[in-house]
Design a protein around this ligand. Structure first.
Ligand code: ZN
Length: 317
């Protein structure tokens, strides 16, 4: 009911990475954050196959719902699965190598090179989300339903071991390829109907309605000034910048590539990084075009909505 999609934040990081020079002091931090977010996204993609095996009419599946609690704080869940008998939360972890679990305390990851790294244990994290969801459901008068959770390790090749032999790995930590069987197990364990199928739909719709995407000011977050962004239309063929607008066509002097739409990615970058409103003058600056008329034609061609008249016109991207 809410499919997995690449988050706006990943698109923002991609835009920022494109628009910040190699020499910028924040370049490495931006690249690392982008890689992290993309690996997380791929980890969640690993869940879509086992979840796709479930009979569609019996479950509501929502990826990355982000809800606001009564203290105006937000909590986000990787996957929320609703059945008639329980709610299951999935926290996806894309960790590879060897994982040593000390129950719900420490987690140590041993990577390929043998280096040990301490990681935050995901169990308290998902427990807290379950607690916050419980409160949220109470506030919305939803009947008392068991809230269960799994921490799902995305890659079946990741080895999970107990740190101490007498303290077993929590059974809520599973590999993604065992998710389907574990859901079957819950189905035989939890058979008391709490809601009917229309209840599943109603709650899914409510969550969709209350879901709020985070609004992240990435320039501020990564200490990049607006005027430090690389301006100009980037060549989709060779990444050279800027392309030159000639007769409504963008031309790359490095590789000779021409395109009518090459500016769309630049306008999208501007929207993701600065905002969705742009004047003719700002568009000329960002796309590096001298002619006011050429820019006007370009923006009119995009059929953007606009407010204001004539020279004070503001286009909404
Ligand atoms: Zn080119």
């Amino acid at each position: 009911m809410k499919p997995l999609v690449k988050s706006r934040y990943i698109y923002q990081l991609e835009a920022l990475d494109r628009r910040v020079s190699e020499l910028h002091p924040q370049k490495e931090r931006i690249g690392n954050k982008l890689r992290n977010e993309l690996t997380g996204f791929r980890g969640e993609q690993a869940l879509t196959f086992p979840l796709g095996l479930l009979p569609e009419t019996d479950y509501g599946i929502l990826h990355n719902p982000r809800l606001e609690d009564s203290n105006s704080n937000f909590f986000e869940i990787d996957v929320l699965l609703l059945s008639q008998c329980y709610i299951l939360l999935l926290e996806s972890k894309n960790w590879y190598g060897i994982l040593l679990f000390d129950e719900d305390k420490q987690v140590i990851r041993i990577g390929d090179s043998g280096v040990e790294e301490g990681l935050p244990n995901p169990i308290p994290q998902v427990k807290l989300q379950a607690h916050r969801l419980r409160k949220w459901l109470n506030e919305h008068d939803f009947p008392q339903i068991p809230i269960l959770y799994f921490v799902v390790i995305s890659f079946p090749s990741t080895i999970i071991k107990p740190m101490y032999p007498h303290r077993p790995i929590p059974e809520t930590v599973i590999h993604s390829n065992l998710l389907h069987f574990n859901i079957q197990r819950l189905n035989s364990q939890f058979q008391t109907l709490v809601v009917d199928k229309s209840g599943i739909n109603k709650l899914s719709s409510l969550i969709l309605e209350k879901h709020t995407d985070p609004d992240i000011d990435v320039l501020n977050k990564f200490h990049v000034e607006k005027d430090e962004l690389i301006r100009g239309v980037i060549c989709p063929n060779c990444n050279a910048v800027p392309m030159v607008l000639d007769n409504g066509n963008w031309h790359c002097s490095s590789c000779n590539f021409s395109s009518r739409d090459a500016h769309l990615l630049s306008l999208s970058d501007r929207k993701l990084l600065i905002g969705d409103r742009i004047t003719n003058r700002e568009a000329r600056e960002f796309l590096i075009v001298n002619s006011q008329h050429q820019i006007k034609r370009l923006l009119m061609r995009g059929q953007y909505r606009f407010i204001g008249d004539k020279n004070k016109r503001i286009y909404i991207l």
